[in-house]
Unconditional design. Structure first.
Length: 265
């Protein structure tokens, strides 16, 4: 059974009492008690089994990396998991591509204020959904590249479409892998190839300074071996996406990797 450490009193984020959806930004489309359906950028409703590759969750300690509005955290809790959600605490954790005309390059202080506000209203969406669903999930806000030992170890770690936004997805995978005793799930856009490479997504033409990389499946397999895991399966499904420059139904691959016997924590 994974290690459960005595937690520092301030390790987890303090719950917020959020009164209304007007205080929030929703990354996920969610059905909220008393509010009905609120629209977000991704609608994963009814698709959790596909998104998580059908892994068992009941009685397992799970780390939800990049929890955003908390849809997956809540669904995994309903499935019987003990969930800790993770997200970035402050804008300084985030690095954008150096597109010269972007706010990130032209006025970093203004960008930082904008990004901190964005993070706060997305946290608000998590805490509103948390309260309305009477959730017991806990949240750790911090640095994805340096998840602390005080978090303990998890049976399952889920990384849901966050690696695409990171300058260094390989170091992030290693950081999450250190906290994972058994199953590591990555849901992300991937190129199907045995070769090891990454494709740059943000360009001067599309202006997507927040989109860094998609990795090939071959690179994922190699990195997983580096950090002590073996890929068990890679599946692909389509999910409803409300981002303006993405297909309405966008393909996402789900990679399931299991820690090898030789590297058991």
């Amino acid at each position: 059974m994974p290690q459960r450490l005595e937690m520092e009193p301030d390790l987890y984020g303090a719950p917020r009492y959020i009164k209304d959806v007007s205080e929030c930004f929703f990354y996920h489309t969610m059905d909220l008690p008393g509010y009905g359906t609120v629209e977000g950028q991704w609608d994963l409703r009814g698709k959790m089994r596909d998104y998580l590759g059908g892994i068992p969750l009941k009685g397992r300690r799970v780390l939800d990396v990049g929890a955003a509005s908390g849809f997956l955290s809540l669904e995994m809790e309903r499935a019987g998991a003990e969930v800790v959600s993770f997200d970035a605490d402050i804008a300084d954790r985030i690095v954008y591509l150096p597109l010269q005309k972007s706010l990130y390059m032209t006025n970093r202080a203004q960008w930082r204020d904008h990004m901190n506000h964005f993070l706060e209203i997305m946290k608000n969406s998590y805490w509103l959904a948390h309260r309305l669903n009477q959730s017991k999930n806990r949240v750790f806000y911090g640095d994805i590249y340096d998840l602390p030992d005080t978090l303990g170890v998890f049976d399952v770690a889920v990384i849901g479409q966050i690696l695409v936004h990171l300058r260094d997805p390989i170091t992030a995978l290693a950081s999450v892998g250190r906290r994972c005793a058994d199953v590591l799930v990555v849901a992300e856009g991937m190129m199907e190839s045995d070769d090891c490479f990454m494709q740059l997504l943000g360009t001067t033409e599309n202006g997507r300074a927040y989109s860094w990389w998609h990795l090939s499946t071959g690179l994922y397999r190699e990195v997983m071996r580096m950090i002590g895991f073996e890929v068990q399966a890679i599946t692909e499904n389509k999910y409803r996406c409300n981002v303006s420059d993405s297909p309405a139904l966008t393909s996402v691959k789900t990679l399931i990797a299991r820690r090898t016997t030789e590297t058991r924590l």
